[in-house]
Design a protein around this ligand. Structure first.
Ligand code: HEM
Ligand code: HEM
Length: 146
């Protein structure tokens, strides 16, 4: 169970990142072009982006309770890897996902092109936070690329 969820969470990062990058670029270009139409393609992209982020969060939250990388105890805050997973990763990721959700929800009540501006700003900040808080292999946290 743990192994399966860990692999899912690790692999799903790429899908979440791809959708998020596509969402940011698409929202930006449509905002710049002052597009007044919201196509079914846009609708799908921002919807899948939200669902991908929500599924990743759910898996992450389950992992938080079963992962050996999340441990509490005296001195754990001084150990980089333990502090990263117990505190840093979950806090920044939660903020990022909440931003994606607020952006999506807020944009639903708006018309294009204002809609695209909201989607662009919220998804861009979320993308930056997610890139910062992914435990990339080069950060020495004992993680891999997939
Ligand atoms: C940690 C668990 C989760 C939390 C706290 C959460 C929270 C939320 C919130 C607050 C919204 C409302 C957004 C709005 O105002 O439209 C929402 C919408 C949604 N979430 Fe999640 N979610 C979670 C997990 C999931 C999972 C696992 C899935 C998919 C299997 C999912 C799919 C959706 C969908 C389809 C919507 C509706 C989007 C729409 O309104 O068109 N969520 N979620
Ligand atoms: C609130 C949301 C999240 C929580 C609670 C969470 C929790 C966790 C936990 C507990 C681990 C350690 C798992 C292990 O034992 O290896 C982990 C690893 C990881 N998380 Fe998250 N996560 C969240 C969101 C995300 C998001 C949004 C992404 C990327 C899009 C992400 C990417 C990763 C990656 C790449 C790993 C390393 C997996 C590995 O190779 O071991 N997480 N996360």
């Amino acid at each position: 169970m743990y192994n399966m969820l860990q692999h899912m969470h690790s692999g799903l990062r790429w899908i979440v990142l791809l959708l998020l990058v596509m969402a940011v670029f698409s929202a930006f270009s449509k905002m710049k072009q002052n597009k007044t139409a919201y196509t079914s393609g846009d609708k799908k992209l921002f919807f899948y982006n939200l669902i991908g982020a929500h599924i990743q969060t759910l898996i992450g939250l389950i992992l938080y309770f079963i992962s050996p990388k999340v441990q509490f105890g005296e001195g754990m805050m001084k150990v980089t890897e333990l502090r990263f997973f117990a505190v840093e990763h979950i806090s920044l990721m939660l903020i990022a996902i909440i931003l994606i959700t607020i952006g999506y929800s807020k944009s639903k009540k708006q018309e294009a092109p204002g809609k695209y501006k909201t989607l662009f700003i919220f998804n861009l900040i979320a993308l930056i936070l997610i890139l910062i808080s992914i435990p990339w292999p080069f950060r020495g946290l004992g993680t891999g690329w997939f």
